[in-house]
Design a protein around this ligand. Structure first.
Ligand code: BEZ
Length: 312
């Protein structure tokens, strides 16, 4: 069995039609049908239901489809990683979600550049979901996001859990009410959440925080990004729940208040290709832990695997 068989099979399974699959693969239909027939002969199984229109996978076909997808993803990963290893110049492409810019990301990048002048760093803002896709396609080498997305070809390291705080318009009654607020105090307010898309996003972590406590925000206002949410808070359109590092983004017209519940957190997650053991990445991870130590920040104790980076 060859990789070609897998590609052809996946196309037919996804298009549920030999005609559309042949168009997608830019080949004629008869050789495609022959290849699928050959594949069924090699495996001595039936992958598609006979005479079903549109085409339908058999149980065996569904099993084979899941594994074929994984194998093709691993092949793409192997291609992009080998290209990267073979590059003369060293470069590291970093994907990040916007909110990490208010945390340690700027410091991490500055320190990494100082310590690794020979590595060309590039930064790309993208959602956590896009980071996973970009990692698999070899467009980035590491992603910093907030959503726990499961993928067999991606390794995730939860770096730390960041507390959530409330952003209120200056002069809001809750500003003087208490020093620390609870989510319950916010249930009559318009809650401004971000980013509106793609989902799931940080917005869903905030909504889950209410849901898990059997609470509901008064009204929802969805916005594209954190800066817009804060602008709307300043304008008195509602309140927002933001990661604590946003506190550093001082605005005269917005007041920040802590929340009383230590479980109201949003993780910062570093994602890499599962098999990428590059030293540039190990150095990046080590540098992050060093910076956390220097700043006296709380972080997740590295697992065995990540502690290699810690030991150097
Ligand atoms: C942090 O704030 O801890 C952080 C932000 C971006 C990348 C890594 C860590």
């Amino acid at each position: 069995m060859e990789l070609r068989h897998l590609r052809y099979f996946v196309a037919v399974a996804e298009e549920r039609s030999f005609t559309r699959a042949a168009q997608r693969l830019h080949i004629a239909q008869p050789p495609l049908s022959r290849q699928i027939q050959q594949l069924e002969e090699i495996l001595s199984v039936q992958l598609f239901e006979r005479n079903a229109r549109p085409l339908k996978l058999t149980d065996t076909g569904r099993f084979f489809y899941q594994h074929a997808l994984q194998l093709l993803a691993q092949t793409a990963e192997l291609e992009s990683m080998t290209r990267r290893v073979g590059k003369i110049e060293r470069n590291l492409c970093v994907g990040f979600v916007g909110s990490t810019l208010y945390g340690m990301l700027p410091k991490i990048i500055r320190r990494y550049r100082q310590q690794n002048a020979e590595v060309e760093l590039s930064l790309n803002e993208m959602s956590t979901m896009d980071q996973i896709k970009a990692l698999k396609e070899g467009r980035i080498d590491v992603g910093f996001g907030r959503i726990r997305l499961e993928d067999p070809s991606i390794r995730r390291v939860v770096l730390r859990e960041e507390r959530m705080i409330v952003a209120l318009p200056l002069g809001h009654v809750l500003g003087d009410a208490k020093t620390v607020l609870s989510l319950h105090d916010l249930t009559n307010e318009t809650l401004i959440i971000f980013p509106k898309s793609p989902r799931p996003s940080y917005a869903d972590q905030v909504l889950a925080a209410f849901h898990d406590r059997a609470l509901k925000p008064g009204r929802l206002l969805e916005t594209r990004e954190l800066q817009v949410a804060l602008g709307l808070v300043a304008a008195g359109e509602g309140i927002s729940i933001v990661p604590k590092s946003v506190y550093g983004l001082k605005r005269d017209d917005v007041l920040y208040k802590d929340l009383d519940d230590a479980n109201l957190v949003s993780p910062i997650i570093m994602s890499m290709r599962m098999l990428d053991e590059s030293e540039d990445l190990q150095r990046m991870l080590q540098l992050i832990y060093d910076l956390y130590d220097e700043e006296g920040m709380e972080y997740h104790t590295p697992t065995d695997r990540e502690s290699h980076a810690k030991k150097g």
